[in-house]
Design a protein around this ligand. Structure first.
Ligand code: HEC
Ligand code: HEC
Length: 391
């Protein structure tokens, strides 16, 4: 069978699923999420085509149990994370000319990985670079893998409901100017970005295709580069498992993966009336909007899915086109209790050990909310933190 990538028949056997239609698609999607891909040999296309550069062999290696990973102390006062990557770009989101948009820290046999992530007091950096220095303008930015729960609900929030909270020019003068991240489609139309830490993913399928390209080095219809995020001649010439007309991962498989993720239920949150009041009084709810409407009912994600500038202390180094390095999608707070229980760090790079530390790093548009929190009496501050920890 000369087919690039894996066939549905093989996965059908792997999942043992006998149910039809939707359930089967979700079961196959789950198997794909957990599957450890392997490199393509140079002699044949009939293989997966991992790499030549990659960060992990499976989605689930970074998104373990669909939750955020725990912080792993590095023995020098710092920490690392399973599933952490380093993004690369200049201040305007242009990728490094030879290392691309992400540092790949693993490679197939016979090839050098691009380099490794270094952690110092000054933050994350890159070391042992294989292809010479990066461009002077390139900035490195650490990103922790987020939890993947309830994403189907975020997908189901109508655009108008997100736009209703946008106030890009801060007309109401509250210092908060959330704005949507419009992403251009090849046909010239624009779609609302809602996934990823910079809200640049328009759908779960598009986000999945990006993950195949950046994290696993595999091509899809939407991300057809056969060598993934590799730009230099050496790794472009490496073996891979696909052709331009037949990508390594067929689109029906991408769709099943997206279908699986769309059906993972949201985390359960514990809310209290007292906490809710304090959350609103401090102004947290202006960005962490407790409830959005959707075709599947109320979405209690505690996010407006908009971009906000949180100031220099949350400058993420690398960024994406049209999004400042200090701008982030409001992090959904549902699942906070799971993140706290797993001892995973908070914020985009996992640097905050807990909720209070995360609030202390809120600047820019969130300065006023942080100041209101700081001005609360001790018992209220503690109650507010407990409330967020229970979400
Ligand atoms: C090397 C680690 C790694 C691997 C492997 C990986 N991811 Fe991710 N994933 C991340 C990181 C880091 C982010 C946040 C990136 C960002 O937005 O800057 C992310 C973000 C996402 C998001 C967006 C979540 C949200 O809240 O909007 C989805 C969906 C996702 N990944 C799915 C996948 C799928 C599907 C695969 C496998 C095909 C995969 N990931 C493989 C690290 C990884
Ligand atoms: C101006 C909008 C805005 C306001 C106001 C705001 N936040 Fe945030 N919050 C964000 C954004 C954007 C992020 C993501 C920042 C990052 O990842 O670096 C975030 C991240 C967080 C996180 C970390 C979540 C995670 O998944 O790691 C917590 C906890 C949090 N906020 C709590 C609060 C609390 C409590 C308040 C009120 C005192 C508040 N925020 C006010 C926009 C806001």
């Amino acid at each position: 069978m000369r087919k690039a990538g894996i066939t549905v028949a093989v996965l059908f056997a792997a999942t043992g699923a006998l149910a039809g239609g939707r359930d089967l698609s979700i079961a196959i999607g789950k198997a794909l999420f957990e599957r450890a891909w392997v490199p393509a040999p140079s002699s044949t296309l009939a293989n997966d085509g991992l790499g030549p550069l990659f960060n992990a062999r499976a989605c689930s290696a970074c998104h373990q149990g669909l939750d955020r990973a725990a912080r792993i102390p590095d023995g020098q006062g710092g920490f690392t994370h399973q599933g952490t990557v380093v993004k690369l770009s200049d201040a305007d989101g242009r990728h490094d000319p030879s290392y691309g948009g992400q540092l790949q820290t693993a490679s197939i046999p016979g090839f050098e990985p691009e380099g490794r992530i270094t952690m110092t007091d000054a933050g994350a950096g890159v070391g042992d670079l294989s292809f010479g220095p990066m461009a002077d303008e390139t900035r490195a930015g650490l990103r922790a893998a987020p939890a993947l729960r309830g994403l189907g609900l975020l997908a189901a929030v109508p655009e108008e409901a997100v736009l209703a909270n946008a106030d890009p020019d801060d007309r109401n003068g509250d210092g908060i100017s959330g704005r949507p991240n419009w992403i251009a489609s090849p046909d010239g139309s624009h779609r609302l970005g809602r996934f990823g830490l910079k809200a640049s993913g328009v759908s779960l399928a598009a986000q999945t295709e990006l993950a195949f390209a950046m994290d696993l080095g595999m091509s899809t219809l939407g991300q057809p580069a056969l060598a993934g995020d590799c730009l230099n001649e050496t790794c472009r010439a490496a073996p891979h498992g696909g052709t331009l007309t037949e990508p390594e991962i067929r689109h029906d498989l991408v769709a099943m993966l997206a279908d699986y993720l769309a059906n993972v239920p949201p985390p359960e949150s514990m809310t209290t009336l007292e906490g809710e009041k304090l959350f609103a009084a401090a102004g947290c709810a202006s960005c962490h909007v407790p409830s959005l409407p959707s075709s599947h009912g109320e979405v209690r994600a505690f996010s407006d899915l908009l971009l906000h500038d949180l100031g220099d202390s949350l400058d993420g180094g690398a960024t994406e086109p049209g999004v400042a390095p200090t701008e982030w999608r409001t992090a959904p707070l549902w699942g906070m209790s799971r993140a706290i229980a797993a001892k995973s760090g908070l914020l985009h790079d996992g640097r905050a050990a807990g909720v209070a530390e995360a609030i202390a790093l809120h600047g820019g548009e969130a300065s006023a909310a942080r100041a209101r929190y700081d001005a609360m009496k001790d018992t209220d501050r503690a109650a507010l933190v407990r409330y967020v920890e229970g979400l």
